[in-house]
Design a protein around this ligand. Structure first.
Ligand code: SAM
Length: 256
């Protein structure tokens, strides 16, 4: 696979473009030379981009000119390979502590998550607001972009702004809003096995708690808003493991 770069810009076969700063720097670091082949993609499920027309696939490209910081490439043929999961799976995750959340974002992107909603709850260790939240979001979105460049996905997962669980539940996560079947990963009684709660197709949203778990009131609020409690078995998985286990299971057995 040629080196892949996300380029938040219009890409038109036969046209030359000057790569965005981040991609240009990456090309420089790889010491690519004129004539070197590469792959460009501009699909952003997260609406982050500059509103340019996006594609679901990728473009062949060739380095034309290497300036001091600018890199000009000739855009080549388009192919529609998106390498997306066979169904939309959304993770609503009460954030584990710092580096574990970074790791979760990268792995969830590789595993095909359609979107990730970072949440805070009563027992959250990681609490973010204002400029610190903005910086973390930029960091996570960059990590997701790098994971797409690495794994071959051509659509960036949507990474929502950080929210409180209570506020997020009130925003009306409904099947019609694209959330599909909403499942609460729960250690309480009254759950059923994941296999009994998941249909063979259609969108899914998984809600999972932090290291200290969700409070009884938070679980009740999730159930009251339509989430179905499911268990992942007798072992207590870490806050970053549980949602990834569901994502891996469902994206790897549902044919893309
Ligand atoms: N001490 C916490 C408790 O008792 O709730 C443990 C929380 S666990 C480290 C973090 C989150 O992962 C939980 O809130 C839950 O959403 C999910 N989780 C972990 N193991 C699970 C399992 N076996 N079944 C369902 N969800 C699980």
């Amino acid at each position: 696979m040629n080196p892949r770069f996300y380029a938040d810009m219009a890409l038109v076969p036969g046209h030359s473009v000057s790569l965005p700063e981040q991609a240009a720097r990456h090309v420089q670091v790889l010491r690519l030379q004129p004539g070197a082949p590469l792959t460009l993609f501009n699909g952003q499920g997260n609406g982050q981009g500059s509103g340019q027309p996006v594609s679901e696939g990728e473009f062949e490209a060739t380095v034309e000119r290497m300036g001091r910081s600018e890199v000009q490439v000739l855009v080549g043929a388009y192919s529609a390979s998106a390498r997306e999961a066979g169904r939309a799976i959304h993770l609503a995750v009460v954030m584990p502590t710092n580096e574990r959340m970074d790791w979760l974002i990268e792995k969830a992107t590789e595993l095909g998550a359609a979107s990730i909603q970072p949440l805070m709850s009563e027992r959250s260790v990681l609490r973010l607001k204002g400029e610190r939240a903005d910086k973390k979001l930029a960091h996570w979105r960059a990590a997701a972009t790098a994971a797409c460049e690495q794994c071959g996905r051509n659509r960036l997962p949507l990474i929502h702004d950080v929210s409180n669980l209570a506020d997020w539940l009130k925003t009306g996560q409904t099947p019609a809003s694209g959330a599909g079947t909403r499942l609460l990963l729960s250690l309480q009684d009254g759950t059923r096995p994941l296999s009994q709660a998941v249909a063979s197709s259609g969108a899914l949203t998984f809600l999972s708690g932090p290291e200290g778990g969700l409070s009884a009131a938070e679980e009740a609020a999730a159930l009251a808003s339509g989430f179905v409690p499911v268990t992942l078995g007798p072992r207590i998985l870490r806050a970053e493991t549980a949602p990834l286990a569901c994502l891996a299971l469902l994206t790897l057995i549902t044919p893309a």
